[in-house]
Design a binder for this molecule. Structure first.
Ligand code: XMP
Length: 509
């Protein structure tokens, strides 16, 4: 495995992605990891990430310099290189010119990191500090017009540093450089595959769970579905999945989950019909935060009620992913402000004295999809766009009624049919409809109409933290609008949402 030390770079997860793509397992850890912990992990190599700090600033992040005596190869990227140079006796100062963007990189020779790469290539720079003096034993291996020490090495010790970012696509040969580090310098083998992951996880789950029982809240999304199948493979009927039908799902969704998991995969599934309970409690509620709180509370209550009926349950499984883990323990502060209260089962484990089990917690989303495929999940579920826990309730900008839900379900189905037929479904982060139960005047045939408005929302994004409104083709928007107004009674106007996040959010409530 490769250990990546997080000095706060925005590209950290990208470094990890690159390593994993090369079929080498890696883990991101904070700089205060101890030498003992590093020895226990016994990595084949260590990558020191970039970061926003300056090495000569007070309080700039640092790791125990004892890592340089462990006989483990080290690659420092940007701040990571400056840290290594400083720790080993070199000197880093402020650069005369900040360098940001593309730069021409001239290699001194094609060895080490640069094996098999032509003498001149482009690289991506983003730094304000530069190396004045190298530590003993180091030499310059590449320069750019503005940066003399764009890359350095002490090959006999296995220490390499680059000022630029090999992990970003703007450094076209960056992947090759990282692979040179992994395979030529560290001698890693290509052992990280989803098949090997399944084998190891199944063993681990069995040894942790023993003969006890596990419960899991299945939502029909990709993360909880993959978690369910992985656990099912490991412990079969010791797993019970609980699916709460809150009456706020899209058309056919509850039935699909039931059919797939219970009939097809033969998973132990408790299906709770709680439609009426949810809708009764939501009656007359317009305030978005109130809706979310009611839905969250009712969900936990329904889930807990069912879980209490089961004997011998010791574990609660969740489909937590690696980015959540990294964010939540990041030393440099992830996005922490609660803009909307998200609904989850967070309070449950402590209340019910359950131990959490999170078998996907080292995986990235795209790895979860590959894993899902390996476990036999159908394509349409693997590529399902995110759907919020509170469901359609936060896409009806008013109080929730059966009639409104029914209109929105119909609209949503048409929208998704059209988006899918145009081959755009996978390329959009989310595409959905919002019902605005305002009325506006229209004309159909010779008749005046006075009906609701529907807004279409389609966004592109990589992580939902920011999002751009999708530039859908006008012809497609026209077709969607025509079909909705013609086929869904109660709607006579369709508008397109052209706001990005920030300042808007993806969902309307
Ligand atoms: P916003 O609207 O905050 O949404 O830009 C960001 C992403 O989160 C999803 N979302 C939720 N997911 N429970 C969830 O599981 C929730 O309560 C919730 N609210 C928003 C939203 O669909 C988008 O992908």
């Amino acid at each position: 495995m490769i250990l990546i030390i997080d000095f706060g770079s925005q590209y950290n997860q990208l470094i990890a992605r690159r390593v994993r793509e090369a079929h080498v397992y890696c883990q991101i850890d904070a700089p205060w990891i101890s030498l003992g912990q590093i020895r226990a992990l016994s990595p084949e190599g260590i990558i020191l990430s970039g970061g926003p700090a300056s090495i000569y600033e007070k309080g700039s992040p640092s790791i125990d310099p004892g890592i340089f005596d462990l006989r483990i190869p080290v690659l420092g990227i940007c701040y990571g290189m400056q840290y290594m140079v400083d720790a080993l006796g070199g000197e880093v100062t402020k650069a005369e010119k900040r360098e940001y963007g593309f730069a021409e990189l001239h290699m001194k020779d094609a060895a080490g990191l640069f094996e098999g790469i032509e003498e001149q290539t482009r690289c991506w720079m983003s730094h304000g500090d530069t190396i004045r003096r190298l530590p003993k034993g180091f030499r310059i291996t590449a320069s750019t017009p503005n940066t003399r020490v764009a890359a350095t090495e002490n090959a006999s010790k296995g220490f390499y540093g680059v000022q630029f970012h090999p992990e970003v696509v703007h450094t076209p040969k960056g992947k090759k450089m990282l692979r040179n580090f992994l395979f030529r310098v560290c001698g890693c083998s290509r052992s990280w595959t989803m098949k090997s992951f399944i084998k190891e996880s199944v063993q681990e789950i069995r040894s942790v769970v023993g003969d006890k029982k596990v419960i899991l809240g299945l939502s029909g999304g990709v993360d909880s579905s993959v978690t369910a199948l992985l656990l099912h493979q490991a412990i079969g009927k010791q797993l019970t999945c609980i699916f709460v039908d809150n009456g706020l799902l899209r058309e056919g969704e509850a039935e699909q989950v039931k059919g797939l998991f219970r009939k097809h995969f033969k998973v132990n599934l408790r299906f709770i019909s709680a439609r009426r309970r949810f809708l009764n409690r939501l009656k007359g509620i317009v305030d978005p935060e109130k809706k979310r709180k009611i839905i969250g509370r009712t969900f936990i209550e329904a889930f807990e009620g069912e879980a209490r009926n089961l004997r011998g349950v010791k574990f609660l499984a969740q489909g937590t992913l690696y980015p959540d883990i990294i964010e939540s323990r990041s030393a440099f502060g992830g996005p922490s402000a609660v803009i909307k209260s998200h609904h989850n089962v967070g309070g449950l484990p402590r209340k019910m004295k359950l131990t959490l089990i999170e078998p996907l917690k080292h995986l990235f989303k795209d790895e979860v999809r590959v894993l899902g495929k390996e476990l036999g999940l159908p394509e349409d579920l693997i590529w399902r766009q995110p759907f919020p826990g509170p469901g359609l309730a936060i896409r009806i900008i008013a109080d929730i009624t059966q009639a409104r839900l029914s209109i929105l379900r119909n609209v949503d189905r048409i929208l998704l049919e059209e988006i899918t037929n145009r081959g755009l479904y996978k390329r959009l982060w989310q595409s959905f409809a919002v019902l605005l139960p305002l009325k506006s005047v229209g004309i159909m045939g010779d008749q005046r109409t006075y009906e609701h408005i529907v807004a279409i929302r389609a966004v592109t994004s990589t992580d939902a933290m920011t999002a751009d409104w999708a530039k859908l083709p006008h012809a497609l928007l026209g077709r969607i609008s025509n079909r909705i107004i013609n086929e869904v009674r109660g709607v006579n106007r369709v508008v397109y949402d052209i706001s990005s996040k920030p300042p808007s959010t993806i969902e309307w409530e």
